[in-house]
Design a protein around this ligand. Structure first.
Ligand SMILES: [Zn+2]
Length: 294
């Protein structure tokens, strides 16, 4: 008996590239633009526009300025780089995408998509659960005005930093004209209650969660079942020391019959399906230090 051919949208891979740091923008994005030709690997870049306060995470974790000074002396290397680990503490916080509007527009000119990820990424990630609607609205408005200043048009979508939502955030987000959201790590797309908007989640694990380059097999195993998937990518990481691992995933996906599509196309494709309507939940995913929205 002949096997039925798979439907044309059976194997689609979205690349959601988050840019969280100045270094990711300045160094990771140009490398990814070289590595991802838009005709075969059109990606959707979610940019952070405001201050890079990455160092506050380290500072919060260590609570010790002396440890930070020791890191400076030893020039400790790391995935995110030494300077990044100090931004917003003993080094001033540089602006991320807002400081590089030409590069923002180049992403789009090269055939990729640019969407809105953050004003102050760390502030959302570290303090959102304590913030009220007004703070969230101001954070969004500053970021959106920066986005429009750089790009000359509004974004289609928002991807919440650290895949973190609160009920207050959902209430505020419902007042903005997003075409879709990409704010969670849910296993499949849904309509986010209270917003009426489609949530296109990053359903695959990111490389950091599967042990780095040796974990590419876990991602390809998840792809082997077919369907529509979104891979979360970080410009700092897959546009940095793990870029060969990303290339390996893309080769593997191609050999499994996947076509890479931008997230707006995936959202349009899913728009014709009868997606469940539900609120977001919270889960601690394997390989992650903090819970995220699902
Ligand atoms: Zn991020």
């Amino acid at each position: 008996m002949n096997e039925c051919p798979p439907p044309p949208d059976d194997r689609i891979l979205g690349l959601k590239v988050d840019v969280d740091t100045r270094r990711g923008m300045e160094e990771g994005v140009p490398r990814l633009l070289s590595a991802l030709p838009a005709d075969t690997a059109p990606a959707t870049f979610f940019l952070s526009f405001g201050p890079d306060n990455s160092g506050k995470a380290v500072y919060q974790a260590l609570r010790s300025p002396r440890f930070l000074l020791k890191m400076v002396r030893t020039n400790a290397p790391g995935l995110y780089g030494m300077k990044t680990a100090l931004y917003g503490t003993i080094l001033p916080a540089p602006m991320i995408a807002q400081a590089l509007p030409g590069l923002c527009r180049e992403i789009e000119a090269r055939g990729h998509e640019v969407e809105f990820h953050a004003w102050d990424h760390r502030a959302w990630q570290d303090t959102l659960p304590r913030k009220d609607n007004r703070w969230i609205r101001e954070w969004l408005d500053r970021g959106l005005s920066s986005y429009e200043g750089c790009m000359g048009h509004p974004p289609r979508a928002f991807g919440a930093p650290a895949w973190l939502l609160t009920r207050e955030a959902v209430a505020v987000l419902s007042g903005y004209p997003w075409e879709y959201l990409s704010c969670t790590r849910a296993p499949s797309p849904f309509i986010l209650s209270g917003t009426g908007r489609m949530e296109v989640p990053s359903d695959l694990p990111c490389l950091e969660e599967v042990g780095g380059p040796r974990g590419t097999g876990a991602i390809l195993a998840a792809l082997s079942k077919g369907g529509i998937h979104v891979l979360p990518v970080h410009a700092e990481v897959e546009g940095g020391i793990w870029r060969e691992a990303l290339a390996e995933i893309l080769r593997g996906a191609a050999s499994l019959g996947y076509r890479v599509a931008p997230l707006s196309e995936i959202a349009a494709m899913l728009g014709s399906r009868n997606l469940p309507v539900r609120p977001f939940g919270t889960a601690l995913l394997p390989g992650r230090a903090f819970p995220c929205s699902v």
